[in-house]
Design a binder for this molecule. Structure first.
Ligand SMILES: Cc1cc2nc3c(=O)[nH]c(=O)nc-3n(C[C@H](O)[C@H](O)[C@H](O)COP(=O)(O)OP(=O)(O)OC[C@H]3O[C@@H](n4cnc5c(N)ncnc54)[C@H](O)[C@@H]3O)c2cc1C
Length: 427
């Protein structure tokens, strides 16, 4: 089972599989090792953002096309966002753009789809139910002892998620509470989306801000219902998260929303490692990707997109390492630099946006204005659609636009629509 390889990848989630795909047909011998057997469950919200879809295209148009043909996903052309006072803001996909929709897809299916992609690469070998026991630096190679024997390679990739064995063994500092979010999820059957195409619902309940509760509708008719919150806020408020989650589900508006639906799974939770704090994510003969490197979006908790992005960066970096025959800690610093070059601004920007979520009154004002004034609603949509365009300049403009939106525009806007409350839509 074991043997000599060039690259050892521990973890076959989106980060590890992407790294392997990017090394497919490279001529390097790659081993992908996972402690689970696919298809395997992954606790997640099951939301695949536009970023994920774009990343698949960047890996290869063929992979993107295969995903488009994949049946187990549900396209999502909109999200319903509820303010703490239950004003409803419907955010659609930008109508004037070529942009693809987002999707929801059970991770057991998505990850199995990605894992299946590895079969087409002769240079990639997969090892399931394979548990790493020990990592040994051995001069010009790195050795991984597992329950299936000894693997030897020139470089090791830790793509083994939030509790990364590779990170731990290599002495990489564990993330602090500041960087952790705790998230729970369960599944329901018998819930329908509030409007056609809107597979995503987000509830900004006051008790859990700056976190949120979600309902993501899935292709098989079931719905993923979950909640995420920064660990430091949970601690500060003394919240028992599971109890809080159950409490929210049993009180209005969610009580009415879930009436008639049946829970089909237990509530399960995990830590989400948020990006934002720069730390070492590589060293002598190893690099970390995805959750193992703490690359989750600090505002939404989305990590699949960045896991794939880091896998793409890792693939290119490893090829460069082999070209220069340099796998040293110093050479691998280029990997850290490239990851943070791509993600630093986004993390910083989202961490500053997250601050808005600490103020329920402000959210009520913003989303309430959008719910009541069509002009404000359109401006808010445009603002969100353009959030990531034009980088710095548009971010400076954001502040001015917010002031304009919620002061002057609201003054002159016509209040010509009934308030779109939650209960009116559900009944
Ligand atoms: C409740 C919850 C909801 C979330 N919702 C979303 C969402 O809707 N959208 C989104 O984009 N992100 C979401 N995330 C984050 C997302 O799940 C992760 O960011 C993403 O899965 C990271 O991918 P990865 O490949 O780095 O790690 P993982 O997907 O965790 O994959 C790691 C792999 O490594 C294997 N492994 C672990 N340890 C070992 C070991 N010691 N030896 C060998 N193999 C090992 C595992 O079996 C697994 O296959 C959510 C997370 C949680 C907890």
């Amino acid at each position: 089972m074991s043997g000599k390889f060039d690259v050892l990848i521990v973890g076959a989630g989106p980060a590890g599989v992407t790294t392997a795909i990017c090394l497919g047909n490279s001529g390097l011998k790659v081993a992908v090792i996972d402690k689970a057997c696919f298809p395997r469950e992954k606790i997640c919200g099951d939301g695949l953002t536009l970023d994920v879809i774009n990343q698949l295209f960047l890996i290869s148009p063929r992979l993107y096309a295969a995903f488009m043909d994949f049946n187990s996903k549900l396209p999502c052309s909109g999200a319903e966002i509820f303010s703490p006072s239950l004003d409803r803001f419907s955010l659609g996909v930008r109508p004037d753009s070529e942009k693809k929709p987002m999707f929801t897809c059970r991770r057991i299916d998505f990850d199995d789809f990605m894992f299946g992609e590895l079969k087409q690469y002769e240079n990639v070998c997969t090892f399931e139910n394979c548990i790493p026991l020990k990592i040994i630096h051995a001069g010009d190679s790195i050795i991984l002892d597992t329950n299936q024997g000894r693997f030897e390679g020139s470089i090791l990739v830790g793509a083994d998620g939030v509790n990364s064995f590779v990170a731990r063994e290599m002495g990489v500092k564990h993330i602090t509470k500041e960087q952790q979010c705790v998230a729970l999820r369960t599944y329901y059957r018998g819930l329908k989306p509030l409007s056609e195409g809107s597979a995503i619902e987000m509830y900004l309940a006051k008790e859990i801000l700056p976190g949120y509760l979600w309902i993501f509708h899935l292709a098989d008719g079931s719905s993923n219902v979950g909640l995420g919150m920064p660990a430091k806020v949970i601690k500060r408020k003394g919240i028992k998260l599971k109890k809080c989650f159950e409490g929210l589900l049993m009180s209005e508006p969610l009580k009415s929303r879930l009436a008639g639906a049946e829970r089909t799974d237990a509530v399960r939770g995990r830590i989400i490692p948020m990006g934002g704090q720069k730390r070492d994510i590589s060293g002598n003969r190893f690099i970390l990707t995805g959750d193992a490197a703490s690359l989750v979006d600090p505002i939404t908790g989305e990590g699949v997109g960045n896991a794939i992005r880091s896998g793409r960066v890792a693939g290119k970096h490893i090829i460069r390492c082999f070209k220069s025959a340099d796998f040293s800690g110093a050479a691998n610093k280029a990997y850290d630099a490239e990851i943070y070059r791509r993600m630093k601004n986004e993390f910083r920007f989202h961490l500053s946006l997250q601050k808005l979520l600490y103020y329920p009154g402000l959210l009520n004002y913003i989303l309430g204005s959008a719910a009541n004034y069509p002009e404000v609603e359109l401006s808010l949509k445009q603002l969100i659609w353009n959030l990531h365009s034009g980088a710095i300049f548009s971010r400076i403009l954001l502040v001015f636009r917010l002031i304009y939106l919620f002061t002057f525009q609201r003054l002159f806007a016509s209040r010509n629509r009934p308030k779109k409350g939650f209960s009116q839509q559900v009944s």
